[in-house]
Ligand binder design. Structure first.
Ligand code: SF4
Length: 446
């Protein structure tokens, strides 16, 4: 059970030194209890108190990682009911369903793994395969799992409620950290032993939330921490209700037995992929950690990925791209050099227009904390001095044989200061609207 602010306060040094960013230990304790502060912000907590406070400072929904390496996916770790309260941290993962008796596993996972899109510097894609053992044969189940891992970088959910079949396959694939599905009242002891021995996360499947709570309490008591829950609901209303009840119980009541991310089966809601996709959209919005569909088609998964991107974007922080030099269209020493801000929308519009101009260009992106050109200029984050310093440090002068810099038309006011900061450079004022860049670049001369 999470500690209250007063209980936390009793464990703090009570020196009110303010180094944690708030003036008193009491204020810090209250923030910690509300999930608004990190325990590490106080450097003076004793080891003993730290141990006791670990539970209070842990996210109410336990984060769980599935898979290994670059394509491992983390779900859970959420601290709020609504994204505008803070943000949602770990996007839900999409799983495509397969059976070990299917004949086209390799082809299907190859197709699924290719469904990837770049948006605002992020890679959008489905991540998981929910592989059911329909054969009842460990050898066939393992061969199907191998077909998935040999032909894609998708991570596995190994679905088999018979510990005698799941055990050896989980052992064989334990380095890939598959999610094991599922522990029930009938097999909890043996599933607990398999998850403990392999170090793999485990789904707890109940007939309802009461059943899930009894099982998670039993398994956490036995030392398992990385759990995902399945309330047993298979209709959209039931899944929706259970997901909301779970999140509210974990966040508002500190119910640790429900402090786990749910897996939801959109493919149980309907046989038709369009119907499953609509159901999955509701599950993305309301707290599912993993969503299982029967198939991924570009037209079904892409809207879900975009919805997920929107919901799991921090509403308090503008999306940004990294500061630096971006090469667009393979520029050379004679190519134009342009500069703009690191607001991701600005970057993608400007880079898109440069691409469409077919004029290879060096695009300098200056960190303005995600502000667009006019806002950054007004806030003093795109001043002549700042931009000049950045251009000098960027090393662009080593890549081109001219000293001509195109600045955004909306930042024309910085031209004078910039010329002073960059002696010898020709500061050219570009168009105000990115849409006019192609014409400008085609006519550009250093
Ligand atoms: Fe108290 Fe620690 Fe914050 Fe200092 S840094 S005020 S000791 S909680």
């Amino acid at each position: 059970m999470a500690l209250t602010g007063i209980q936390i306060f009793k464990l703090l040094p009570k020196t009110n030194c303010g180094e944690c960013g708030v003036p008193t230990c009491l204020a810090f304790a209250m923030n910690l209890a509300a999930g608004k502060a990190e325990l590490d912000s106080c450097p003076y907590v004793s080891a003993e108190a730290r141990e006791q406070l670990a539970e209070a400072s842990a996210p109410p929904i336990r984060p769980v990682t599935i898979g290994s390496g670059d394509t491992a996916v983390k779900v859970g770790g959420e601290t709020v009911l609504f994204r505008h309260e803070k943000t949602f941290f770990n996007p839900c993962a999409f799983a495509g369903a397969l059976k070990d008796t299917d004949g086209d596993i390799a082809d299907k996972v190859k197709r699924w793994a290719k469904l990837q899109w770049e948006r605002v510097g992020l890679n959008l894609r489905p991540e998981l395969v929910f592989l059911t053992c329909a054969s009842g044969d460990a050898g066939k189940f393992a061969a199907a799992a191998k077909a998935v891992t040999d032909n894609s970088d998708l991570s596995l959910i190994l679905a088999c409620e018979d510990p005698a079949v799941l055990g050896p396959v989980a052992e064989q694939f334990k380095d890939k950290k598959p999610l094991l599905y599922a522990a029930t009242q009938a097999n909890a002891d043996k599933m607990c032993a398999i998850a403990g021995a392999t170090g793999c996360p485990l789904v707890v499947k109940g007939v309802d939330l009461e059943d899930v709570m009894a099982l998670t309490a039993e398994l956490t008591e036995a030392g398992l921490k990385d759990l995902i829950i399945d309330s047993g609901a298979r209709d959209l209303a039931g899944i929706f209700e259970d997901n909301i009840s779970t999140r509210r119980a974990a966040l508002l009541k500190g119910n640790r037995a429900l402090g786990f991310s749910p897996i939801s089966f959109a493919n149980a809601v309907g046989a038709d992929l369009a119907e499953q996709t609509v159901a999955a959209a509701a599950m993305v919005a309301k707290y599912s950690g993993i969503i299982v569909l029967d198939d991924f088609q570009a037209e079904s998964i892409f809207p879900l990925l975009l919805e997920r991107l929107n919901i799991y974007t921090d509403p308090q922080r503008p999306m940004t791209v990294t500061q630096g030099i971006f090469e667009i269209g393979g520029p050379g020493p004679d190519s134009p050099v342009a500069i703009t801000t690191n607001f991701s929308l600005t970057y993608f519009i400007v880079s898109g227009e440069i691409e469409s101009s077919r004029v290879p260009t060096w695009l300098l992106i200056k960190d303005t904390e995600g502000l667009s050109v006019m806002t950054a200029w007004a806030a003093g984050k795109f001043s002549g001095d700042d931009v000049g310093m950045f251009v000098k440090k960027s090393g662009i002068d080593q890549k081109v044989n001219h000293k001509s810099l195109i600045i955004p038309g909306y930042a024309a006011a910085i031209a004078g200061d910039l010329e002073e900061e960059l002696p010898g450079w020709n500061i050219m004022i570009g168009p105000r609207e990115a849409g006019h860049l192609p014409k400008f670049l085609k006519e550009w001369k250093a």
